[in-house]
Design a protein around this ligand. Structure first.
Ligand code: ISE
Length: 350
């Protein structure tokens, strides 16, 4: 095994130098403690070169295979497009290196299950999946309130997830698989329960959607103990980026995600700035996520959501896409959880 269990600096290779990959490259080079950015990979080599400009320790490459041959790669962060993840994950697992894989782990439940099987052959967890909301301070506080029971039982969650716009290739299914994927994981994280079923309602649509998209959509789901969740997914909302949750308890209401920065009074006006996108909105959560991955990787562990969480979200998304097409309520079907992924996240009240 090439991986030294406790290297002082984890030498990290980032695959994919697009929006998210380039952001992680900067983060690893400038803000993460105990890591060194050594290689950036992109099929478009000029993009990889641009992403590592000003980072002397990092080389730009066009192919993951080349990077895995190098002595200066201890761990891999995958931020390439989702459909490429499965092959990359299997390739890195063969080298038994720690992986942080951006969501979706893979685009469907069957391919996620193949990845799980490959990981189980190693006998330990190597993959952390990039559900960064679990590292957001407000989500963590809300989870604490749910587990402590101090406001009574959680009854409902009202979520909104708004993006300013989408690229042309963002399909109607991606409203579920790329965007609502976060709510599936966040609800599992908050409640400690699995999601039983999903339904999608399509109402009046914005004229600003890309062709083929019906936007916004209302996605409804139910957890094992009957907590009802409604999600407004609106990916061409024009005004900025916004992700909020209102939690309804027996003895109170909790709101998170108001995202209010400094409130300025000047020149006869008052107000603040709306964050433009997810990179800015969740910057601290991404920092905490990557730091946790690096720290855990040095101990030979995983520091966040696992491949099991990636698989479950893929299964929820699959049910969501069927629900989107049929308008019916669709049950989420899951295989049993393999032993290496441990217990249920939290003991939910039944
Ligand atoms: C994007 O891929 C993300 O992960 C963002 O967090 C989400 O808000 C956006 O809708 C997705 O397309």
């Amino acid at each position: 095994m090439k991986f030294d269990p406790i290297p002082t600096h984890l030498k990290v290779c980032v695959v994919g130098a697009g929006n998210m990959g380039a952001d992680h490259i900067k983060r690893l080079a400038r803000r993460i403690v105990g890591a060194e950015m050594t290689a950036a990979i992109d099929a478009d080599l000029s993009r990889a070169k641009k992403a590592v400009e000003g980072i002397p320790s990092a080389t730009a490459l066009a192919d993951l295979g080349q990077a895995l041959e190098r002595e200066d790669v201890d761990a891999v962060l995958i931020a390439a497009p989702g459909p490429l993840h499965k092959d990359m994950l299997l390739q890195v697992l063969q080298r038994d290196l720690p992986i942080l894989c951006e969501k979706p782990m893979t685009p469907d439940a069957a391919s996620s299950w193949e990845v799980l099987e490959a990981e189980q052959k190693l006998g330990l967890k190597r993959i952390q999946v990039g559900f960064m909301r679990r590292f957001d301070a407000e989500y963590q506080r809300l989870r604490g309130l749910i587990t402590s029971g101090e406001l009574g039982d959680l009854l409902m969650l009202h979520c909104s997830h708004r993006n300013p716009g989408t690229r042309r290739e963002f399909t109607n299914e991606m409203l579920i698989t790329d965007s609502v994927a976060h709510e599936f994981d966040a609800v599992r994280y908050l409640t400690g329960q699995e999601i039983k079923n999903v339904q999608v309602r399509l109402g009046r649509a914005t004229r600003y959607a890309q062709s083929g998209q019906h936007d916004p959509q209302q996605v409804l789901f139910e957890t094992e103990s009957g907590v009802l969740v409604d999600v407004e997914i609106f990916v061409n909302a024009q005004f900025g980026y916004q992700v909020t949750t209102e939690a309804v308890f027996e003895k109170g209401i909790v709101n998170i995600g108001e995202d209010r920065g400094p409130y300025v009074h000047t020149a006869g006006r008052w107000g603040g700035q709306i964050t433009p996108g997810f990179v800015e909105r969740f910057r601290s959560a991404y920092d905490a996520e990557v730091q946790s991955w690096v720290d855990a990787a040095k101990r030979g562990e995983v520091g966040g959501p696992t491949a099991w969480d990636g698989y479950v979200t893929a299964a929820c998304c699959e049910a969501g896409v069927i629900a989107q097409r049929s308008g019916e309520r669709v049950e989420v079907s899951l295989k049993s959880k393999p032993g290496i992924y441990g217990e249920q996240l939290l003991p939910g009240r039944t």
